[in-house]
Design a protein around this ligand. Structure first.
Ligand SMILES: [Zn+2]
Length: 192
């Protein structure tokens, strides 16, 4: 990255194809069941994680929680894993950890070298947090479903054909956008 001596930062130039992984996530998120836990189940889950319901923290780093994260990812290598949105597969998380973790297995990620992961941020009670999450995994086994077997090949294949078609449209749109950008940039004023 270039040095930034005077406090200037150009807004990030997003690309159309740069949206591919969030599109894939949406094609999985749109089909998975969501099972809402009862109040008592949430209290039990928090107790297993060593938290009170009036002071919920990120399970990974201890910061204030902002969301519940899928402990096991819903998508790996652009395919659904079979895990769903249900309490045994959800833990309170901060946005920093959720974004840093992505599709990685949680234990390796926590101890690993990913930007902004708990290991890199020097979280002091890292091993204690890992032990809590291991207890959470023992508490309730999350479901891992074979979606395709449940709905049949025809509907399943139709869904993923839509996904491929949409990705193809993104690529075509990106190619067109690059030509536009080059044409527009050649006319933009460059004062120095
Ligand atoms: Zn966190």
């Amino acid at each position: 990255l270039p040095k930034n001596p005077i406090g200037f930062r150009m807004p990030t130039a997003v690309t159309i194809t740069g949206r591919s992984s969030s599109l894939t996530a949406a094609f999985v998120s749109a089909i998975i069941p969501t099972i809402y836990p009862s109040h008592d189940e949430v209290l039990e889950a928090l107790a297993v994680l060593g938290m009170a319901n009036d002071d919920v923290r990120c399970s990974y780093c201890g910061d204030a929680y902002t969301e519940w994260d899928h402990l096991r990812p819903l998508v790996v290598d652009q395919k659904p894993t079979g895990y769903i949105s249900e309490l045994p597969n959800l833990v309170p998380s901060c946005g920093k950890c959720n974004q840093s973790k992505g599709k990685n297995p949680w234990r390796e990620w926590m101890r690993g070298k990913a930007p902004r992961c708990p290991g890199v941020r020097g979280i002091s009670d890292l091993e204690e947090r890992i032990a809590r999450l291991e207890a959470y995994e023992r508490w309730r086994q999350p479901q891992r479903l074979d979606f395709q077997a449940m709905v049949g090949d025809e509907l399943w294949n139709e869904h993923w054909q839509h996904w491929r078609d949409t990705l193809d449209q993104l690529r075509k749109s990106q190619t067109c956008a690059e030509r536009l950008k080059a044409g527009i940039a050649s006319h933009a004023l460059q004062k120095s």
